[in-house]
Structures are given as structure tokens and as C-alpha cells.
Design a protein around this ligand. Sequence first.
Ligand code: MSP
Length: 509
Amino acid sequence: MRPKYYITTPIYYVNAQPHIGTAYTTIAADVMARYKRLCGYETFYLTGTDEHGQKILRAANAEGMNPKEYADRIVSQYYKTWADLNIKYDYFIRTTDPKHQKAVQTLFSKIANNGDIYKGKYSGWYCTPCERYVSVKESSPEGLRGGCPVCQRPTEFLEEENYFFRLSKYRDKMLDYLKKNGDFVEPVSRYNEVFSKIEMGLDDISISRASFDWGIPLPSDQKQIIWVWFDALTNYLSGVGYPEDEGIFKKFWPADVHLIAKDILWFHAVIWPCMLFSAGLEPPLKIFAHGWWTMNADKISKSKGNVIYPADVIDRFGVDSIRYFLLREIPFGQDGDFSLPALLRRHNNELANELGNLIMRCLTMIEKYNGSKVPKSEGIDSSKELWNELFTSLEQKFSAYMECLQFSLALEKVWEAIKMANKYIDDTKPWVLAKEKTGRLSDVLYNLAEIIRLVSVYLMPFMPNTAEIIRQQLGIDDEMISIPSGLSFGQIRPGTKVNKGSALFPKVE
Ligand code: MSP
């Protein structure tokens, strides 16, 4: 049986169209899912949209629209943007899907039957933009005049008869779980943050709303709707068939990783596992919280008015350049400023000069010196062994970095090989070897063809279009594309006919 891999993104609120921040998580999950597929895993990649709650209701009202119609309009922009970014998800979940709604009610009933839900009165602050209750503990000494402690936007005072979840009951279990699973939350700084916050105590939380009806009704009280975060988190179960499609659910749950940004860590690393504990379900295996893309140190978000839309940059640089830049520029887990000059630099230097030129030089020389056919290696030159060693070590390092989602380091390693290959051409001077006619030229050209084949496999998760074009240029469409078997050196068949084609990354001024 093939091993499974289940990866998710947050489901995005439909009050805004996708921007570079939401694209970031979605691309990262796509890269990971593509990588795992190449490694032979039966992979499930889930993304989608979060469509209920007061925030969405207000956004729809402001446009004079019914919330479902409003959601439909924004969702079509998500479909389009993810297609433009070449995102290959297995399922796109919407919280307005009837199947999802049923799953939320089932989970709610399970938790209620376990005695973990009770009725009470919520009297306190609520941040509608974050859709979160703000506890007294979190407020500053002067109260909540500074707004929500997470997003700084104004909070509202709520007084509602609500249903509460006994989160406090799970404090010790959660701490114990964290102690036994030191990699449950990553990076480690986020693990420590969560651990120390839980140690300070967990309060029960309200999990219903009573003052509007845009949401999923409680199974036991039709006058209340389920709190939007309880609703949204359940997507990770309903997206793989919970509760009805037991076959798929059993195959994929628990999720291998929930990718999120740091602002929604508490919901995922604490509330969500405790809900699952209560329902008798396993928690996900890992929560990875990456950092924020910022603009002059401010988080990129619709509310700050500093949004960059993927379409704006795709038109100018091409989709693979954006995918590459986002994962190469900042270490996964840290914040980083989005800057067009940095994107331009990486596009022109690393993609056009280093990668694009390498491919063009190799193909041009195979065309010119060997009639467009990959030559047979003559074994005169010892560099084949050296390349073999280099790629064996690259494979180990690349896999290790990918397994811990260190995309920038994995790419850096691939680029070391690309730079060495360019240097290899400069050092061996095939144009001189062509005149010497010693047979060394065949060795060098063979090695170069194999180097670019391997580069195409490594790049496949990150830049699927580019990898595909390289393979077509090399004349090897569907062969040898798996990890690790496609990664050993020396597999390309002599006699393979290459088609030079055009330059991969035209420079951008
Ligand atoms: N609907 C909730 C999530 C529910 S998941 C059960 C939500 N939605 S959101 O639309 O606000 O999206 C938040 C997510 O978008 C972040 O966790 C992150 O994945 C991504 N990002 C949004 N802005 C971002 C940046 N500026 N930088 C990096 N990621 C960003 O919260």
C-alpha cells in the first residue's frame, strides 16, 4: 500500500479576493503536495473558503447582496487565481457545502454528547475581523481601547446567551500531548509560544452566536448558529469525507500538516486539537505556522490597503517566477518584506541568467556538436563520478529540507548544482573539446544533458511549467519523474533527441 500524505491550507474568508499573502500558503502547500506525489505518496491537498459569520454577512450587506451570492462571486476569483498559479488541489471545500454543514453538526453533537458543551452567558469583547472572542486576560491594562490584541482593529462588546466548549478540561491533556510530540507545532518558537500560553491556563470558550443567522444552526437549538471558527476548523475533516465517506476519511485522517500563518496559530494548535480530543478523534500530526509577507514592515492585508494581487505580478514575470520567488526569498517560518526590486533581481539573475542560460547553453551545444542527440558517454572523463557524488548528496539534502518544509534551503541546494554546471561548461570549454576530437566532448555533453534532466525533476514541485518545458526540450516527456528513483545520475538514454526551443525566462526590465 502506498503511504498517504494529507496537507491543508487555511480556508480563506470570502470578504476579499486572493492576494499575495493567501497565495503564499496555497503555493507552499501545492509545492509540498507535488513533492509528495513525486515521492509516490497518495496525496490529498485540501484548500477552500470560509463563508459564514458576521464578518462575511456584513461584507455582503455592504454590497447589498445576499451572503451566499456574495460568496459565490468571490469564490470564482479564488478558482481563477489558483488556476493561474497552477495550484493542483484535490478538493476545494466551501463551508456552505451541505455535506460540510452536516459534518459540523455531527462533530458538534459528538462533543455535546461527551458532556463538553454547556449553555452560559458571554459578556465580553469580540473582534469581528478576526472572528474571535477577546478575553479579559488579553486586554491591556487600560481595557480594549487599543482594539484587538492581534489585529488592533476595534472590538465590540457582546452580551449573548451562548453555548460554551469546556476547553479548560483539556489543559493537561494538551500539555502532555505537546510534551510527547515536540514537533507538533513548528517552527519551535511557535511551539514554545503555545506551550507557555497553555501553561498559564485555558478558559472555556463560547462556540455559538445568537444575534444573526448566517451560519450553521446548532443541532439542538435552531435559534443559534455555530461559531464560525468551530465551523471552519471542521473543514479539515469534512474535506476528506467525514463523517459519511468513511473510506476516504480513514485513509487520510489525521492530516499530516496544516499550513497556516502565525496569526491563526491558537485556533489550530489549541482549540482544534481539544475539539478533536473531545470528539474522540486524533489530532493532526503537525501545525506549521509560517510568517507574514509585509510591505514596509506592515502585514500585507486588505484592511491595510497594501495588497498585491498575483495577477499583477504574473503578467510581468510569469507564474513560475512568482512561485519561485515567494518560496526562495524568505525562510519558511519568518516574516519578510515583499519588494519588486528583489523579485526583479531573482528573476533576472537566478532564473534568466543562471537557470535559463544553463539550459540554453546545454541544448545549443548538443544541437551544434552532436546533431541534437544526447551523445553516449565515452568514460574518458572522470567528471561523471564527481557529478554522481554531487547529486547523491544533493538528493539527501534536498529531501531533508523538504521534509521540514524549508523550501528556501532546498532551492538554494538546487541552485548550487545549477551554478556548478555553468562553471563546468566554462571550465571544460566544450567548444575547444569539439576541435580536439578526443571523445571527452561526448562525456561532457552527456553529463550536461543528465544534469538538466535532474534539475527538471528537482524543480517540478516548485516550477511545474518550467520543469515540463525543460523535459520537452530534452525530449523525455514522462520518463524518470519520480523521487528518489529518477534522481540517480546517468539515466538519460544516449540518442535522445533534444529540441532547443526558446529561452525559458525572458529578462524583465
Ligand atoms: N478563515 C480563516 C481561516 C480558517 S482555517 C480553519 C482566516 N482566513 S484569512 O482569509 O484571513 O486567511 C488567513 C491566512 O491567509 C493566513 O493563515 C495565511 O495562510 C494567509 N495570509 C494572509 N495574509 C498573509 C500575509 N500577509 N502573509 C502570509 N500569509 C498570509 O484566517
